[in-house]
Design a protein around this ligand. Sequence first.
Ligand code: XIL
Length: 364
Amino acid sequence: MNLDRRSVILGALGLAACDFPVAGAVASVPPLRGASAHPIGCTVTAAECLDVIASNRLAEQFSQLTPEFEMKMNALQRSDGSRSFGAADIIMAYAKSHGQSVHGHALVWYLHQPAYFTALANTQQVIGRELDRYIADVCGHFRGAVRGWDVVNEPLSPNGEMIRPCLWSNALGDDGYIIRSFEAARQADPDAILFLNEYDLESRPEKRLAFLKLVERLLRAGSPIDGIGTQTHATIDLADGAIAETLRELAGFGLKIHVSELDISFGAPRFDIESLASKRARQAQQARAIAEAYLALPAEQHYAFTLWGMIDSQSHLRRPPRNLVDDEPLAFDESGRPKPMARAIYDAFAAAPPAQGDGVMPGR
Ligand code: XIL
């Protein structure tokens, strides 16, 4: 643990460091999106787009948005076989009017198996045809407006021993459903940047290896994969250097890299005397290391650096099933004030060489 003297004294006295004005708060940080031309992203919901406070905050800070639910299959798929684009279209219109690009998340995910699909005959022919039609409809609807897609989300089992069994793999084969999904997405929106997105790649080396092998197989099969999304749901205890090693290994294929769902948890609640200020400082160190490791990749491989939520109180970690109600995994506190994590990200991006390649494409 990285306790400074003050934290230890505060802890020993039973004082919460947050009673003091310097408890890890940062007076002011310029908007993250102003730090550089690199896309810096955040999740968004349609409800936030319609809420004055939330929508102003997101517009001020971020140059790219990832819908948190609205482009997932359970949100888009109706039981009669048609699709429901209303909520996602609210986000598209909002992003366009604020000069933000949109990252589509996620076409195919083992966790989303809407009733329409599970009621179908579980054959290669039927599931294949309906999955193709789904991807054609969705990518077609957002064609030219969404910058990139997570085509398949979380393909591996938690430790990476196997492809996660799901409706799609059962009908179309383990690699088969992934290959088919990428082909359908390429056909439906030839200019969208297509990603395979996975979690725990920085914390489980054996899963990372399995993921690298999967990407290699997909590329060998001629799959039109353009990028790798590494979710990066990290903790403040992440080993030094783990993220840099991970990003370097993932970048070995020359594909685009997306730090796609960053949050940095304080970890499971435990008895400790570490002050809030110390936890926030360690969180900021991790954030800086992750941003710097991303920025150190070859310029043409940068896609975006995306946070999974803006303010702590909205983090998915605070909700079921995790229920980490005291956790502070994000860069802004519940009132929207920047934490040291925001400062660290801003500083890393502001110090980096200018973005190259396609950068932010408002409306795309
Ligand atoms: C999460 C949302 O943030 C939650 O609110 C929702 O209930 C479940 O999905 N990995 C992913 C994201 O790829 O889609 C997940 O988002 C978080 C983990």
